[in-house]
Design a protein around this ligand. Structure first.
Ligand SMILES: Cc1cc2nc3c(=O)[nH]c(=O)nc-3n(C[C@H](O)[C@H](O)[C@H](O)COP(=O)(O)OP(=O)(O)OC[C@H]3O[C@@H](n4cnc5c(N)ncnc54)[C@H](O)[C@@H]3O)c2cc1C
Length: 438
C-alpha cells in the first residue's frame, strides 16, 4: 500500500527510511503519538522476506515472539514457526491494519545535515527535508562473498544464500555450502532433504537445542530473563553485538540442526574453506573443534536451564543429554571439485553493512553506527533494527517493537523540547541536541 505523496520539496517532522518490520514498527509508534512522518521504502514493504529468503524458509524464533507494536501474532500456532509466506502476510496485514504513510519504490540515496540542523534527504523521487530521521534499512545490506570465489572454475555455478530459492535451478551434481550460520545450515538441510549430495564447510557458529525438558529452549530462556537483558548490562558490549547466531530450525514444527547427524546420513563435512586453488578446494583442520564447540554451547545452555529449573523448583521432565552421533576421522584438507562432483557453490557467508549514503559522521571503525538505544550523537538521527541495538531481540521480531516504542518516545520528547526552545529562542532543532537519552 503506497500513499500518493509528492516527496520533492516536502518537509516532514520525521522521515523513516526503510519499510521492513523496523520501519513499520516505528511508524506505528509515531502514529500513536500523533507525530506526522513519512516512511520511504526502496522496494515494497517486507521486501527482505519476500525477495531474499528461500522457498522453505521458516522462522527459527517461535511465533509468540512476533510482537509488532499493536499487532502481536494472534494466529492458531503461537509455539510454531511461520513459513516465509506467512511472515510476509503478517507484515502485509500489519500495513493494512494501521495504514502507515508509506511511499514504496523510492530509495534514499543521500542523507546530510544542513548547518540549520535540518536533515536533507535525496531520493529517487526528489529531495525532501526532515527534522528527524530514523534509519531502518535493516542489518543485512550487501551479500558478502569472499574473493576466493573469483578463483573457482567458470563452469561452477555460484550464488549467495540470499539468492537461493530451492534445489531445482541448481545444475545436477553435488553442492558445496560454505558457512554454517542460520542460512548455511538451513540451506544445507534443504538440499540434503531433496536428495542432493551436500559438502558443507563448517564455521564457528554455536548451536542450541530446539527443545529441552519439555519446552522450547527459547521459552526457557525467555522465562530466565535472557531476552530482556539490555546491552548495557554486558561488560563486553562490542563483542556481544558481533556474536554469531546459534543454529537451530523451526522447520516441520521445529528440531535441532545436528551437523553430525547430517554427516552420519551422508553429508560431507569439512573445516573452514581457506582457499580455492584451480579445481582444488582447501579446508582448515578445524572441523572437530567447530563441532565440539557447537555442542558444548548447546549443552551449556541446557546446564543453565537445569539450574533455573532447580532454583525455582519447576516440575519438568528429565531428559538425557546429547551424545554425539558421529565423529570426524580423516578429513581431507584438499578436495578436487571434479572428483567430488561439485557443480555449484552456495556462499552462506553473511552480509556487509552499507551506510555510505549517510554523509554524517556517526560510525565507528567497523562502520557500525555509534548510538545509545538507537539515538546517535547527531541530534535527530536515529537507527532502528540493528542487531543487539539494545537487546537480543532488537534485530528480530522479538524486541524491535520495544526499541521502536523507546525511540518514538525519544523523538516525541525531542520535539517537545524543540518546541519550547523554539518558542523561547526561535532556534528549534539545534537546541534539542541537549536532550539526554533514556
Ligand atoms: C536468513 C535470516 C533468517 C532470519 N530469521 C529470523 C527469525 O527466525 N526470527 C526473527 O525474529 N528474525 C530473523 N531474522 C532477522 C530479522 O528479523 C530480519 O533480518 C528482518 O528482515 C529485519 O527487519 P528490518 O525491518 O530491520 O530490516 P529489513 O527487513 O532488511 O528491511 C529494511 C528495508 O529497508 C529498505 N531500504 C534499504 N535501504 C534503503 C534506502 N536507502 N532507501 C529506502 N529504503 C531502503 C529495504 O528495501 C528493506 O525493505 C533473520 C534474518 C535472516 C537474514
Amino acid at each position: 500500500m503506497t500513499v500518493t505523496t509528492e516527496l520533492a520539496g516536502a518537509h516532514y517532522p520525521v522521515a523513516v527510511v526503510g519499510g521492513g518490520q523496523a520501519g513499520l514498527s516505528v511508524s506505528y509508534c509515531l502514529r500513536e503519538r500523533g507525530i506526522e512522518h513519512i516512511v520511504i521504502e526502496a522496494n515494497r514493504a517486507g521486501h527482505e522476506w519476500r525477495e531474499r529468503r528461500w522457498d522453505s524458509f521458516c522462522l527459527v524464533t517461535p511465533n509468540w515472539q512476533c510482537k509488532l507494536p499493536g499487532f502481536p501474532y494472534r494466529g492458531p500456532d503461537p509455539d510454531g514457526f511461520m513459513v516465509r509466506d506467512e511472515i510476509l502476510r503478517y507484515l502485509e496485514d500489519y500495513v493494512s491494519f494501521f495504514r502507515p504513510p508509506l511511499v514504496e519504490g523510492v530509495s534514499v540515496t543521500r542523507l546530510r545535515r544542513a548547518a540549520t540542523g535540518v536533515f536533507e534527504l535525496s531520493t529517487t523521487a526528489g529531495d525532501l527535508t526532515a527534522d528527524q530521521v530514523v534509519v531502518a534499512t535493516g542489518p543485512y545490506h550487501t551479500p558478502s562473498v569472499p574473493r576466493m570465489a573469483e578463483r573457482l572454475p567458470a563452469g561452477v555455478t555460484q550464488l549467495h544464500s540470499s539468492r537461493y530459492r530451492h534445489p531445482g535451478p541448481l545444475p545436477e551434481g553435488a553442492v558445496l555450502v560454505v558457512g554454517t550460520g542460520q542460512s548455511g545450515c538451513q540451506i544445507a538441510e534443504d538440499l540434503h532433504l531433496a536428495g542432493r549430495q551436500v559438502h558443507l564447510a563448517v564455521g564457528s557458529a554455536p548451536r542450541v537445542a530446539r527443545f529441552y525438558r519439555g519446552r522450547d529452549c527459547v521459552a526457557w530462556l525467555d522465562e530466565m530473563g535472557h531476552y530482556a537483558k539490555g546491552i548495557d548490562r554486558f561488560g563486553d558490549a562490542d563483542a556481544v553485538r558481533m556474536r554469531v547466531n546459534h543454529y537451530v530450525t523451526g522447520r516441520d514444527g521445529g528440531r535441532d540442526i545436528d551437523l553430525r547427524a547430517f554427516a552420519r546420513d551422508g553429508m560431507r563435512l569439512y573445516g573452514r574453506l581457506t582457499g580455492v586453488n584451480g579445481a582444488t578446494l582447501e579446508f582448515a583442520d578445524d572441523l572437530k573443534a567447530a563441532l565440539d564447540h557447537a555442542d558444548s554451547v548447546a549443552e551449556g545452555i541446557k546446564d543453565a536451564i537445569d539450574a533455573h529449573i532447580t532454583a525455582h523448583g519447576i516440575d519438568a521432565p528429565e531428559e538425557p543429554r546429547y551424545v554425539p552421533v558421529w565423529e570426524p576421522s580423516e578429513q581431507p584438507h584438499d578436495v578436487d571439485l571434479a572428483a567430488a562432483g561439485i557443480t555449484s557453490v552456495i556462499w552462506s557467508t553473511g552480509f556487509a553493512r552499507d551506510h555510505r549514503w549517510i554523509e554524517i559522521p556517526v560510525f565507528d571503525g567497523r562502520g557500525y553506527p555509534m548510538h545509545r538505544r538507537g539515538a546517535t550523537s547527531c541530534p535527530g538521527l536515529h537507527f532502528l533494527g540493528l542487531p543487539w541495538q539494545y537487546s537480543w531481540g532488537s534485530g528480530r521480531f522479538e524486541a524491535v517493537g520495544r526499541d521502536a516504542e523507546f525511540l518514538a518516545g525519544h523523538i516525541d520528547a525531542s520535539r517537545r523540547l524543540a518546541d519550547v526552545c523554539g518558542t523561547l529562542t526561535g532556534a528549534p532543532m539545534a537546541l534539542a541536541a541537549a536532550l539526554p537519552v533514556g
